[in-house]
Design a protein around this ligand. Structure first.
Ligand code: OXD
Ligand code: MN
Length: 593
């Protein structure tokens, strides 16, 4: 493999001079090369081959037990000024950061191979795709990047002498105290050291497709968002697309792969998945907003995934999948909490230790066989409901943008914003309450605007301003909604069944977009009439239940305003909160009375 891209060759030489690998291998994306790497990783124990009859092409990997999740406190936006990184990001001066990182990378690949991975975020050659090069000393990274992105010689051909995002990763000594995930948005550069965990090292995903891309989008007039993309096909065969943003652990992958409830399936409704995590949005020639999924696979959370909760995700993991930190069963397959009720005997837990099912206690995460954040890396093409537009280089036209979070009482099942700017306000006040599943206090409200808090590559106040600006530029903008699947009764039980039945709410949303459904105007936005949410075939849920799920308690919202103001005050430091959002907040308070 060769390239005439001099900038690329020079950069690789420079990085090799610092990291000092024993050799450099270019990843061409061929099955023969990948197979060789799998064999090498099996020989060193980096991955284990699973039962090839039950799980063809599947492998298991265990990370270091202290390296199991993204590390937000070690993730930095090294913009030139602290203001450009903004109050919600960690910031380090870029000169200081480069110096520190080059010291940490000094000789970090000694005795190892440096793999050069050319990858495309989006269909190779599409004008909307962007190219990255990741240099890494981990075969696990190569194999995951192969699933999550489009890699190899074909990418290099389209790169020609064009621009690319530089990504340097080394496991180095896997020293947790020296773990850093650094972004240099003005230099199109990412550096990650001393980690081997997915979100920190698969640099195409959160680092590039969200943090760097959000910055590129602001400058180039498009948007990179933490959103799933799905299509709802009605019985007439017409498909309408929705993008939705939820904080981590609110069921994005489940919604993206929703199975219509019986009453809908019988009528001919179908749901198609275009993406489960990231969406790049651009204005199309017809003035509508188009979304494309820059990824090529799913990096999903395994625990809780089962035949009922998400059969499409489970089916996606039955071949050519890499499992990370799940439980290894005696029959050389995998298991995780929530896969089924049969606790495996003689299994090995995610730390590589024998697992005793007798000691398993649901309430105590330390007794789990699979790590709560254990993952599957599965090719999108495996998904039974993958959209036929998945590889459309232009993406799909979006009718609705949906925000959501986990709120026990405050937010109703669904509401629509009055207009684009109000929709940006609704996204900016997005919040989720902590559950008993996570450590720390229960019911604490965490603000996570547009689900982008950990992923916005620049000042979040400027990011809000970019949203407002985009609204002015999109002639036929999507309508913006908010949903909450997580309202609870007085005993703390969820009222709404969720999962497939969420289609009932999406139906109202799409009917609103088509001008076919009525709404009631309230202080927070437009709400459905209870009878406009279809409850046909729903057990124990009546129109009265829906009315309850749609109730708006002004006192709770007034309390929420206190939290919103506290969050907004973070932006006082550099005065970047757009005037439009200050006005939305003032109008909202006035409506609450
Ligand atoms: C993810 C996340 O892994 O949002 O997708 O944390
Ligand atoms: Mn995500």
């Amino acid at each position: 493999m060769t390239t005439k891209n001099q900038a690329l060759l020079t950069w690789i030489d420079e990085m090799a001079a610092i990291t000092k690998p024993e050799k450099i291998v270019w990843i061409d994306g061929s099955e023969a090369q990948l197979e060789e790497l799998r064999a090498e990783a099996c020989a060193t124990g980096e991955i284990e081959k699973l039962d090839q009859e039950k799980l063809p092409g599947c492998y298991l990997h265990r990370t270091d037990p202290l390296d199991v999740a993204r590390v937000e406190d070690r993730t930095f936006i090294c913009a030139r000024t602290e203001k450009d990184a903004g109050p919600t990001n960690n910031w380090m001066d870029p000169q200081e950061a480069y110096k520190m990182m080059y010291e940490l990378f000094d000789g970090s690949m000694k005795g190892r191979t440096m793999y050069v991975i050319p990858y495309s975020m989006g269909v190779v050659g599409s004008p909307f795709s962007k190219i990255g090069i990741e240099l890494t000393d981990s075969i696990y990274v190569v194999l995951n990047m192969h699933i999550m992105t489009r890699i190899g010689a074909k990418v290099l051909e389209t790169l020609d002498d064009g621009e690319f995002v530089k990504g340097l990763h080394s496991r180095a000594q896997m020293d947790a105290s020296k773990k850093y995930i650094m972004h240099f948005p003005e230099d199109n550069t990412i550096m990650s050291v001393n980690s081997g965990y997915g979100g920190n090292v698969l640099l195409g995903k959160k680092c590039f497709a969200l943090r760097i891309a959000s910055y590129l989008g602001k400058n180039e007039g498009w948007m990179a968002e933490h959103m799933l993309i799905l299509g709802v096909e009605n019985p007439e065969g017409e498909t309408r697309y929705i993008c939705a943003a939820f904080p981590s652990a609110c069921g994005k992958t489940n919604l993206a792969m929703l199975i219509p409830p019986k009453a809908y399936a019988e009528k001919g409704y179908k749901v198609w998945c275009v993406g489960d995590d990231i969406s790049w949005l651009r204005i199309g020639p017809d003035g509508r907003l188009y979304a494309m999924n820059p990824e090529n696979g799913f990096f999903g959370v395994a625990p809780g995934t089962n035949e009922k909760s998400n059969p499409n995700a489970l089916a996606s993991t039955r071949k050519n999948t890499i499992f990370t930190n799940v439980c290894h069963t005696a029959d050389n397959t995998v298991w995780w909490e929530g896969l089924n009720k049969e606790l495996p005997e003689n299994a090995i837990d995610w730390k590589g230790q024998p697992w005793d099912p007798a000691k398993f206690n649901k309430a105590d995460k330390t007794t789990c066989a699979a790590h709560p954040n254990s993952r599957f890396t599965a090719p999108a093409e495996n998904c039974p409901c993958i959209s036929k537009e998945f590889n459309n280089p232009n993406g799909v036209p979006i009718d609705a943008i949906v925000f959501g979070g986990r709120r026990a009482k405050t937010a109703p099942l669904v509401y629509q914003s009055f207009d684009w700017n109000h929709g940006v306000f609704v996204g900016s006040i997005m919040a989720s309450e902590t559950t008993a599943a996570a450590a720390g206090a229960v019911g604490v409200v965490r603000r996570d605007p547009m689900a982008m808090l950990p992923f916005c590559g620049y000042n979040m106040g400027d990011y809000f301003a970019h949203w407002i600006e985009m609204g002015k530029k999109i002639p036929h903008a999507p309508k913006i909604f908010n949903v909450n699947w997580f309202r609870t009764d007085d005993e703390g039980n969820f009222i709404w069944p969720g999962f497939g039945d969420n289609l009932r709410v999406l139906e109202w949303i799409l009917n609103r977009c088509a001008g076919k459904a009525k709404a009631v105007e309230t202080a927070i936005g437009y709400l459905p009439k209870a009878e406009d949410i279809n409850v046909e075939g729903l057990d124990g849920i009546t129109t009265e239940t829906i009315a309850d799920l749609l109730s708006v308690d002004k006192d709770l919202w007034k309390e929420d305003v206190v939290g919103i103001k506290e969050f907004y005050s973070k932006f006082d430091k550099y005065d970047t909160l757009p005037a439009e959002l200050k006005k939305e907040l003032a109008d909202f308070e006035a409506r609450l009375g």
